[in-house]
Design a protein around this ligand. Structure first.
Ligand code: TYD
Length: 204
């Protein structure tokens, strides 16, 4: 039995955690070991880095921001994800390198190829088997966050134009690697989204 690495991507307020849980339940019912993790903050060290990158009062230069996410990623992949995959587990992860390409690349306007290569260096070249993009207009995502009364982090506080570049970047990434990605309309019903994801996974 080989491990499976599945990542969830999309803007804030798109329902990634709900869908991760639903997918995890499905794999658990199949008798598989499921490991949930997230970036930033999937490890103890990652939680410290997460606090800095999301809540520091200091200005963080775009390249420093990219390196902080890459540091969190390097540690999470080395200490959580690779060992789990080696045991044959299904790893379901909230955000991965596509987040960096979208947010630090398209959002902060760093070179997307350099940002991707930085993550590949950090992780010794690990790509997901399957990546779900929950696609949502940024204005709708923002309304959902407002409704949930959430404290906005450094990235969420960015203007809608920033989040529009992020969204467009995800759609471009998905179009460039159709075998790895599935894009689902995040306004659909929770169960409809889950079934769409499962149908695509089963095809493979
Ligand atoms: P996330 O944990 O999904 O936020 P929350 O739990 O508050 O919904 O992600 C935190 C933020 O970090 C999110 O706005 C996206 C951003 N981010 C990047 O900019 N680059 C990255 O590489 C990653 C993983 C996240």
């Amino acid at each position: 039995m080989t491990g499976l690495f599945i990542t969830f991507e999309g803007g804030d307020g798109t329902g990634k955690s709900t869908q991760s849980e639903l997918l995890g339940e499905w794999f658990t019912n199949q008798g598989r070991e499921v490991v949930f993790t997230r970036e930033p903050g999937g490890t103890d060290l990652g939680l410290e880095l997460r606090e800095i990158v999301l809540h520091s009062r200091n200005h963080i230069a775009p390249r420093a921001e990219a390196l902080l996410y890459a540091a969190d990623r390097a540690h999470n992949i080395k200490t959580v994800v690779r060992p789990a995959l080696a045991r044959g587990a299904v790893v379901i992860q909230d955000r991965y390198l596509d987040s960096s390409v979208a947010y630090q690349g398209a959002g902060r306007v760093l070179d997307p190829v350099e940002v991707r290569n930085l993550s590949l260096w950090a992780t010794e070249g690990l790509l997901p088997d399957f990546t779900v993009v929950l696609d949502l207009a940024p204005a709708v995502g923002r309304e959902r966050l407002d409704a949930a009364n959430k404290r906005f982090d450094r990235l969420e506080s960015e203007a809608l134009e920033f989040h529009t570049r992020v969204r467009d970047s995800y759609l471009e990434l998905a179009a460039a690697e159709p075998a790895r990605f599935i894009v689902v309309d995040a306004t659909l019903d929770r169960d409809v989204i889950r079934d769409a994801i499962l149908a695509r996974l089963n095809e493979r």
